[in-house]
Design a protein around this ligand. Structure first.
Ligand SMILES: CC(C)(COP(=O)(O)OP(=O)(O)OC[C@H]1O[C@@H](n2cnc3c(N)ncnc32)[C@H](O)[C@@H]1OP(=O)(O)O)[C@@H](O)C(=O)NCCC(=O)NCCS
Length: 201
């Protein structure tokens, strides 16, 4: 762990020099993805209850393959082992509730040019090593090349780490859906909606 002084506050940051390679998702990544998702620090922020079966992950893999014209899932690999991924695509279906928030911000942007960030995950053992940043940068640039004029996403309101990452990338909070989900422990979570425009509409 590296101890450094940033903005006159002491910041603890893990090994920022972890060498990662970023490449598209492969079928052989799925067992590693399941292992990473099977961690309460991760699944807490998703809508499933573990254990996650490999067949479910396989369904997701097939979906990623089908959507390859409109998006991509990039995987971060360190020492040949997948340790994170970032997935999203253009032209996602948008629920009415979310569209209410998005509409004023996406005037003039065709759905085919609107990107959706579906998931970004980093193995908690590699947290705060800037892997999330690397993945998001790669995926965002890829989507921009595919014609994205804006990107939106939804995130649990209590997901401090993810919100910090999105805000660092200039995503703007545009609304919040109350009572989005109830966790097993009974707590109620809201969903924050963010958008980033790649060019002014
Ligand atoms: C969100 C997530 C992808 C961030 O990945 P990461 O590789 O640890 O993040 P990075 O090292 O690239 O850090 C990016 C910024 O976020 C901040 N950050 C990361 N984890 C943080 C935490 N636990 N608390 C506060 N800030 C945090 C970093 O400090 C950094 O900002 P800074 O430069 O101002 O310090 C990771 O925490 C994760 O996988 N969470 C579980 C899954 C999830 O919630 N995904 C999002 C919903 S789809």
């Amino acid at each position: 762990m590296i101890r450094s002084r940033e903005n006159s506050k002491l910041v603890y940051r893990q090994n920022v020099n972890t060498q990662v390679k970023l490449r598209p998702l492969k079928r052989s990544d799925l067992q590693h993805i399941n292992r990473i998702l099977d961690n309460p620090q991760v699944y807490k922020f998703f809508n499933f209850q573990p254990p996650l079966s490999l067949s479910k992950t396989l369904d997701w893999f097939e979906e990623v393959k089908k959507k390859r014209k409109e998006g991509e899932c990039f995987v971060a690999v360190a020492d040949k082992v997948p340790i994170g991924w970032c997935y999203g695509f253009l032209n996602a279906r948008i629920k009415k509730k979310i569209l209410l928030f998005l509409s004023p911000h996406i005037r003039g942007i065709k759905r085919a040019n609107l990107g959706y960030l579906a998931a970004i995950v980093v193995d908690p053992r590699h947290a705060k090593e800037r892997i999330g940043e690397k993945l998001l940068k790669k995926w965002q640039n890829y989507l921009r090349r595919r014609g994205a004029k804006g990107i939106w996403l939804g995130v649990n309101s209590d997901n401090v780490a993810a919100k910090k990452l999105y805000e660092k990338f200039n995503f703007k909070l545009i609304g919040s859906i109350n009572n989005f989900k109830k966790r097993k422990d009974g707590s109620i979570v809201n969903q924050d909606i963010y958008i980033k425009l790649m060019v002014e509409p």
